[in-house]
Design a protein around this ligand. Structure first.
Ligand code: SF4
Length: 366
C-alpha cells in the first residue's frame, strides 16, 4: 500500500520495442524524447539547418522535415549530413521520396497510411531498403487524412478508425518481416487521441509517438498537449512526443520538455515556484517573477526558485525550494533551502538571488 505521506511513485512505462532514430533510442525503456518539425521550405538547406540549430539549442532531440517535392528530396543529403539532430523525412504520397530519404542518410521516415495506400505493392521494396539502412519508419496516422475506406466504415475519424489504420499499415510491413516501426495516431481532440493510444498500447508493442494534431495557437495547443500527453504518459504510454503549436517551433520543444519534467520523466531544469499574487501581495509578483525567470534562464544546474508576494506562504514554499524570496515592506527575505540568509531592498532581489545561486554547490532536490 502507498501512503499519502510517501513521495509519488515514478511512472511505470509500458514495455515497447526499441527503435533507433540515428543515435536516439525510442522505446524499450529509453527516456521519452522530444521532437519537432521545421517550418522552413526543406529545399532551403541553410534556412532549414539554421532552424535545426535553434531547435537543438532548445533541447530538441529529433527533427522532422517535410518532403513534398523533388527539390526537398534533393536537399535531404546536405541536411542529414550537417544536422546536429537525427533527421526524419516526412513523406506523403510518394514512395520515390522514401527511397531518396533513405539514400540521403535520414535517420527515419514518416509515412501516412491514408495517403500511401495506393502504393501498397511497394511496401516490400520500402521495407527492404529501410531494413538494409537500419532506418525506422513511423506509421503516422492523422485524423485529417484518414484512409477513405476507414472513414466510410467508421463514419468519421474515431479512435477505432485511427487504430485500425495504423495496425493495418503495420501488418503490410510485418508481412515483409519489417518491424522497425513507430506509430502515431493523432487527432485534434485529446479525448479521442487518448482513447486511440490506449488501444494501440494494448494491441501492439511498437513504440508510440504522441501528438495532438492541429492543437492550435500557443496557449490552446499547450493545454491540449499537456492534457493528452499528461494522461497517457502518466499511464506509462508514449515513447517520443511532438507538441504541435501554431507558434515558433522552439516553443514546441519547451512545452514538450516541460510536460516531461512535470511528470518526472526528464530531470528538471529551472523551475520557478511563484505565487499567483493576491490582495496581500507587497510586491509586483508578475514583474518580479519575469525578472527572476530571465535572470536564471540557462542556469547550469537544475534549481527550484520560489518567488512569493508576501510573508504568509513565503517561508513555507521557500522551504521546498532551493532558494527563494518572500516580499514585504519594500524588502525581500532571501531564503536558501528554507533558511533566511539575508534581507535586501526590493530593487536588489534578483541580483541577491543570483549571487546566492552562484555562490553555492547545488545537489539534487530533496
Ligand atoms: Fe497572496 Fe502572499 Fe500567497 Fe502570494 S504568497 S498569493 S501574495 S498570500
Amino acid at each position: 500500500a502507498v501512503s499519502l505521506g510517501m513521495p509519488p511513485l515514478p511512472v511505470v512505462r509500458r514495455k515497447s520495442r526499441q527503435v533507433m532514430v540515428g543515435s536516439v533510442p525510442v522505446g524499450g525503456g529509453s527516456p521519452v524524447s522530444v521532437q519537432s518539425m521545421t517550418t522552413t521550405p526543406t529545399a532551403d538547406v541553410n534556412a532549414t539547418l539554421q532552424q535545426i540549430a535553434e531547435l537543438t539549442a532548445a533541447g530538441c532531440q529529433i527533427v522532422r522535415v517535410a518532403v513534398p517535392s523533388q527539390d526537398d528530396a534533393d536537399a535531404l543529403p546536405a541536411i542529414a549530413a550537417r544536422s546536429q539532430l537525427p533527421v526524419i523525412a516526412d513523406i506523403h504520397f510518394q514512395p520515390k521520396y522514401v527511397y531518396a530519404a533513405i539514400d540521403a542518410g535520414c535517420a527515419g521516415v514518416r509515412v501516412n497510411p491514408g495517403n500511401i495506400r495506393k502504393f501498397d505493392d511497394q511496401v516490400g521494396g520500402i521495407a527492404r531498403a529501410a531494413s538494409a539502412a537500419g532506418v525506422p519508419i513511423r506509421i503516422g496516422v492523422n485524423a485529417g487524412s484518414l484512409d477513405q475506406r476507414l472513414l466510410a466504415k467508421h463514419g468519421k475519424a474515431t479512435a477505432a478508425a485511427l487504430v485500425e489504420s495504423a495496425l493495418w499499415e503495420c501488418s503490410l510491413f510485418e508481412e515483409h518481416g519489417y518491424r522497425d516501426l513507430k506509430i502515431s495516431v493523432k487527432h485534434h481532440d485529446p479525448l479521442v487521441m487518448i482513447a486511440a493510444y490506449r488501444e494501440l498500447a494494448r494491441r501492439c508493442d511498437y513504440p508510440l509517438h504522441l501528438g495532438v494534431t492541429e492543437a492550435g495557437p500557443s496557449l490552446q495547443g499547450t493545454i491540449k498537449s499537456a492534457v493528452g500527453f499528461g494522461v497517457l504518459l502518466a499511464e506509462g504510454i508514449g515513447d517520443t512526443i511532438r507538441v504541435s503549436l501554431s507558434a515558433p517551433v522552439v516553443e514546441e520543444v519547451k512545452v514538450g520538455a516541460g510536460i516531461l519534467e512535470s511528470l518526472g520523466l526528464r530531470p528538471r531544469t529551472l523551475e520557478i515556484v511563484s505565487c499567483p499574487s493576491c490582495g496581500r501581495a507587497q510586491v509586483d509578483v508578475y514583474t518580479l517573477t519575469e525578472k527572476v525567470a530571465a535572470a536564471f534562464e540557462g542556469f547550469p544546474v537544475p534549481l527550484r526558485v520560489a518567488v512569493m508576494g508576501c510573508v504568509v506562504n513565503g517561508p513555507g514554499e521557500a522551504r521546498e525550494a532551493d532558494l527563494g524570496v518572500s516580499s514585504g515592506n519594500g524588502k525581500g527575505q532571501i531564503f536558501v533551502r528554507g533558511e533566511v540568509v539575508r534581507t535586501v531592498p526590493e530593487s536588489q532581489i534578483v541580483e541577491a538571488l543570483l549571487e546566492e545561486a552562484l555562490g553555492r554547490e547545488w545537489g539534487a532536490h530533496a
